[in-house]
Design a binder for this molecule. Structure first.
Ligand code: ARG
Length: 457
């Protein structure tokens, strides 16, 4: 097939070079956005007197039939086409003849592709926001059901202080809520129409860019035509936000993997989200969580690829920019696929409260509370800290817990110790006494659940 631009050339493009140059195998994904943009462009051209009513109607008819035929599979993409824009235009001309050749007036593929990708990514980002909301609901509900489940909280993966499983889960709600706002911020900044920037310098036709922008749901137009066709900041912002989502999913996955090991056994994953081994009959592997953790790297890679692709190219459009799409499509698809599996995996995950509680009983995680006990009786915190440290050392030697140590043994270290100390260091008391805002205390957890529910509205 002759190229659209063949006139200037004496020889056809080399076959391998042609394949190398072509983007139809990935940008065909944007056919709906491409056709929608063309429809609005044609409407504007007609309204501005650049196309006649008849021309406009023919073009709309043609584009509508192409859209229908692509949707129903009657028409398939021509893989010899250079890209989706060339494909639709060629198909249109095939269907309506010379009318089709008028559509590209006052437009270039440079602003066309910039428009298509913004429209496409706006939809995808909204899909991801909606999935993130589902995820937050699932985690929040799990937290709601586990407000009484005491487990060890960790620092350095060493048992640190008693917390509730609810408090731990709610930490992830906060992260994913922030991820939602990160996407919303990016959406707000990217929601301007590049169409009408044309190749780079604008056009001599009396177009109305604002009209097209408004009809396509944008908040305005890109104010500089060179920027309009050169800007891929929004891809980087979205990939940055996607990377952060993946990082959060990966951290959570890592914990789920640890928790479902025999060493922890804090949770049991549902059979439908685990796999067996081909050789070890006893195995139940958390493959989904591991894959989410594993796929995080490729999303980071997509971000790096886009940043690197852009860093050295002069204004305005360069073919390098065609590389934006595979990266952002891959990142988008990865995030969506991960969320689609992660959400039901968390929903069907069963916490094993007894094991959490048992683990919380070990590791002297109430030692801070014992120091606080002495401090509340008037001892400076540092002195209390030192005394409790000595007591912990003694307990380790005797292989007993703080609860098992006799009052007389406590009194050797300080006569501030009394019978009431045992109430103060029970795991339940350690949690209940935490009254600061945001803490693991029962009231605070309720407040956090209400906060999350409010944010989801
Ligand atoms: N397929 C191209 C891309 O994705 C479309 C824009 C081509 N523009 C050009 N002047 N060659 O970037």
């Amino acid at each position: 097939m002759d190229k659209m631009w063949a006139g200037r050339f004496e020889k056809a493009l080399d076959k391998q070079a042609d394949d190398f140059n072509s983007s139809i195998h990935f940008d065909s994904k944007m056919y709906k956005q491409d056709i929608r943009g063309s429809m609005e462009h044609a409407l504007m051209l007609c309204t501005c007197g650049i196309l006649t009513k008849e021309e406009y109607e023919k073009i709309t008819e043609g584009l509508t039939s192409i859209l229908d035929d692509l949707n129903t599979g009657v028409l398939s993409f021509d893989m010899d086409a250079e890209d989706i824009h060339m494909f639709v235009e060629a198909e249109l001309t095939k269907r309506i003849g010379d009318y089709g050749k008028k559509l590209h007036t006052a437009r270039s593929r440079n602003d066309q592709v910039a428009l298509d990708l913004r429209l496409y990514m706006r939809d995808e980002a909204n899909k991801i926001i909606s999935l993130l909301k589902d995820l937050v609901v699932v985690i929040k509900d799990k937290a709601k059901d586990n407000q009484d489940a005491i487990m060890p909280g960790y620092t350095h993966l060493q048992r640190a202080q008693p917390i509730t499983f609810a408090q731990h889960l709610l930490a992830y709600c906060m992260m994913f809520l922030r991820d939602i706002t990160r996407l919303q911020d990016a959406l707000r900044r990217m929601n301007f129409s590049p169409l009408g920037s044309c190749a780079l310098a604008g056009t001599t036709y009396p177009t109305n860019r604002d009209m097209v922008a408004k009809n396509l749901g944008f908040d305005g137009v890109c104010m500089n035509s060179i920027d309009g066709v050169s800007d891929r900041d929004y891809c980087i912002e979205l990939e940055g936000a996607f990377s952060t989502i993946m990082m959060h999913l990966s951290r959570f996955s890592e914990e789920i993997i640890l928790w479902s090991s025999w060493e922890f056994k804090f949770v049991e994953l549902d059979d439908s989200y685990t796999t067996g081994s081909s050789i070890m009959p006893q195995k139940k592997n958390p493959d989904m969580a591991e894959l989410v953790r594993g796929k995080t790297g490729r999303v980071y890679g997509d971000l790096m690829a886009t940043l690197t692709m852009l860093k050295g190219i002069p204004l305005a459009y360069n073919k390098d920019m065609q590389e934006d799409k595979e990266a952002i499509f891959d990142a988008t698809e990865t995030v969506i696929k991960c969320l689609q599996v992660f959400i039901p995996m968390v929903k069907t995950m069963t916490p094993i409260k007894e094991n959490m509680y048992k683990a919380a009983g070990k590791g002297f995680i109430n030692a801070t509370d014992l120091a606080d006990y002495l401090t509340k009786k008037g001892l400076p915190f540092r002195s209390a800290y030192k005394i409790v440290g000595t007591i912990v050392g003694e307990c380790i030697k005797k292989d007993i817990t703080l609860e098992q140590m006799e009052l007389s043994a406590y009194r050797v270290h300080s006569d501030l110790f009394d019978e009431d100390l045992y109430n103060e260091i029970s795991l339940e008391a350690c949690v209940a006494k935490r009254i600061s805002k945001g803490s693991t205390g029962y009231e605070s957890v309720k407040e956090q659940i209400a906060y999350v529910e409010e944010q989801l509205k």
